[in-house]
Design a protein around this ligand. Structure first.
Ligand code: FES
Length: 97
């Protein structure tokens, strides 16, 4: 049996092109290229994928202009734009930030 090869697509992270595999989440794609930080708390602490199952909300980033998007739960799409979320610059409803 032959495994199917996932199609390679491009996404953007903080304005830079990043290769991704179709079917992966944004968090997976970024981690695969060594990008571990997708959010900075109000105190400036770096955050990224932690639980990888949608529970902790540590992996929130701005995806196609929408803040607080969980990158571990959001599939990559061709050309999607991901930006580091800086909680000090946006309105967030999270006491843990
Ligand atoms: S890593 Fe925990 S919700 Fe995404």
């Amino acid at each position: 049996m032959r495994a199917e090869t996932a199609m390679e697509i491009m996404i953007e992270f903080d304005g830079r092109p990043v290769k991704a595999q179709e079917g992966h989440t944004i968090g997976e794609a970024l981690l695969a290229t060594g990008i571990a930080t997708v959010r900075k708390t109000r105190k400036g602490e770096e955050r990224g994928v932690y639980c990888a199952m949608g529970v902790c909300y540590e992996c929130r980033a701005i995806v196609n202009g929408t803040p607080n998007t969980r990158t571990c739960m959001t599939p990559v799409t061709q050309g999607c734009q991901v930006m580091t979320q800086e909680d000090a610059r946006i309105e967030v409803n999270d006491e843990k930030s």
